[in-house]
Design a protein around this ligand. Structure first.
Ligand SMILES: Cc1cc2nc3c(=O)[nH]c(=O)nc-3n(C[C@H](O)[C@H](O)[C@H](O)COP(=O)(O)OP(=O)(O)OC[C@H]3O[C@@H](n4cnc5c(N)ncnc54)[C@H](O)[C@@H]3O)c2cc1C
Length: 454
């Protein structure tokens, strides 16, 4: 008999409890393991080009670790997985549990289809140190506020990394080729994908984690880990990161652990409130306060292209275009600008991020957008409106981040780069501001007041 390891968002061999179970099952009958990845048409069609290209590289890296034996099949998992189980004479299919709305639905459907074929879908572990739904208050209810969640999450604790699988045989079956990616060729330069590259980058970053607390808000210093991409694809598990952090005690490691707790909190919120993927958890504005489509569309276009005339916002959006990643502090500023200066609903910005980010993840993306938009459970209050100039001066104090991403402004030295409109001679090729921040801030606050008055 064989067993199947169905890889989804766990594209790694080490510290993968579901894979350990698949290997154990196979060893019990002297069989081998099929490593399967299903190219789910409904997800493939919806994913942005940068993410698809990264996935392709990550699958290549995984297959290389498996001696080229990763089996890739296209189609609906509820049909493909039972078919592969039949071909391989497998009695069990092993997976890490999914908690997002689509993943839960897909797994329920696939489990039923497998059951009909006499095959069991076994879940072990998840993409989180503590699976969503486990951390509950004393009264047994989910947490709505981050800080008590983090305390309870730390108290709950997590298992040690699971280690590597014992020697086993990967069973070879025919694979489908990946569908062509519609790539206009202007996409981001991708970082190296795969478990090995992720581990190497993380080990290097551990030396810098001591400075995380001081430098993490500075996009000009590039002082964060970039590990979000590897976490999104499961090239590394957060349990591994949390375990390694114990070797570098101090404020840096504490802050880093706290950021990982945000990741777990958002997954938990989405698990308990799946509608948060599309709908505001707390509506804060009257419906008529958003820009009408004919205004919103050009605004959204200028924002996405990094041509709003606000250098810090444009630097962030151009980093996204060129790297498929953006610094976290800048993500907050650009999101606030879209919602509160351009009056475009958060869902449209979130959709653009899902299209462009290599780390795009429904729980992290949608809940962070809701945090900025003031519509989340534990969100920044709506009336906290980021000033795009002051944010730039504070977190990019010498303007190096702006000069890096906005070449039209490279000749302006120091902080003056955040306000090019103050110069006697406006820089060539750089747009004028598309809105006046002070005026739009007032529009937003007036709408907020109107909502509060009912
Ligand atoms: C509007 C908006 C959209 C976002 N969309 C995503 C997304 O789609 N996918 C995603 O992984 N993160 C998202 N984030 C969260 C955060 O910006 C990124 O996780 C972080 O910037 C990634 O860079 P890093 O790995 O260098 O982070 P580091 O600063 O090195 O942090 C380490 C890890 O902690 C976690 N983390 C840090 N900040 C947050 C946060 N605010 N929320 C949840 N987890 C966090 C991430 O897993 C991150 O990799 C978004 C934030 C905002 C404001």
């Amino acid at each position: 008999m064989t067993s199947i390891q169905w890889f989804r968002r766990d594209l790694r061999l080490d510290d993968n409890p579901a894979l350990l179970h698949a290997v154990r099952d196979a060893a019990a009958t002297d069989g081998g393991v099929v490593g399967l990845f299903v190219l789910d048409d409904s997800l493939w069609g919806r994913s942005g080009t940068p993410r698809l290209r990264y996935l392709q590289h990550s699958l290549d890296a995984l297959s290389e670790q498996m001696g080229g034996r990763l089996v890739v099949r296209r189609g609906s998992p509820a049909e493909v997985v039972p078919t592969v189980a039949r071909e391989a004479c497998a009695a069990t299919v092993h997976v890490a549990e999914s908690f997002e709305p689509y993943g839960r639905h897909r797994d329920a459907e696939t489990s039923l289809a497998l059951e009909r074929a006499g095959v069991e879908l076994r879940t072990t572990g998840s993409s989180y140190a503590v699976s969503p739904g486990r951390v509950l208050s004393r009264s047994g209810t989910p947490y709505r506020v981050f800080t008590p969640f983090r305390t309870a999450w730390l108290d709950h604790g997590w298992r040690a990394p699971a280690g590597s699988p014992a020697d086993h045989t990967w069973i070879d079956l025919p694979s489908d080729s990946l569908p062509p990616i519609d790539d206009p060729g202007d996409g981001p330069v991708l970082p190296e994908a795969g478990e090995r590259a992720a581990r190497t980058r993380w080990r290097e970053y551990l030396d810098a984690v001591a400075r995380y607390d001081d430098d993490r808000d500075r996009p000009d210093l590039d002082a964060t880990s970039h590990v979000s991409i590897a976490l999104k694809w499961g090239e590394v598990h957060p349990r591994t990161l949390l375990s390694d952090l114990r070797s570098v005690p101090g404020a840096g490691a504490d802050s880093f652990r706290s950021e990982l707790a945000w990741r777990e909190f958002h997954a938990d919120v989405l698990f308990h409130s799946p509608s948060a993927a599309t709908t505001s958890l707390r509506p804060v504005l009257p419906d008529d306060s958003w820009a009408p489509d004919e205004l919103a569309a050009p605004m959204l276009h200028a924002w996405a292209a990094g041509r709003t005339g606000y250098p810090y916002i444009d630097a962030g959006m151009r980093q996204l275009l060129h790297e498929g990643w953006m610094h976290g502090r800048t993500r907050m500023a650009v999101a606030s600008f879209l919602v509160k200066d351009l009056h475009v609903p958060w869902q449209r910005g979130a959709a653009h991020f899902m299209d462009r980010l290599l780390d795009a993840d429904v729980a992290q993306n949608q809940l962070n957008w809701q945090w900025v938009a003031g519509t989340g459970l534990d969100a920044s209050p709506y009336f906290r409106i980021f000033n795009p100039v002051l944010q730039g001066k504070k977190f990019d104090p010498d303007g190096a981040y702006v000069r890096r991403w906005v070449p039209e402004l490279r000749d302006i030295t120091g902080q003056a780069v955040h306000e090019p409109w103050r110069r006697a001679q406006p820089p060539t090729g750089y747009p004028a501001r598309i809105v006046d921040h002070a005026a739009e801030r007032k529009v937003s606050l007036d709408a907020y007041d109107r909502a509060r008055r009912g």
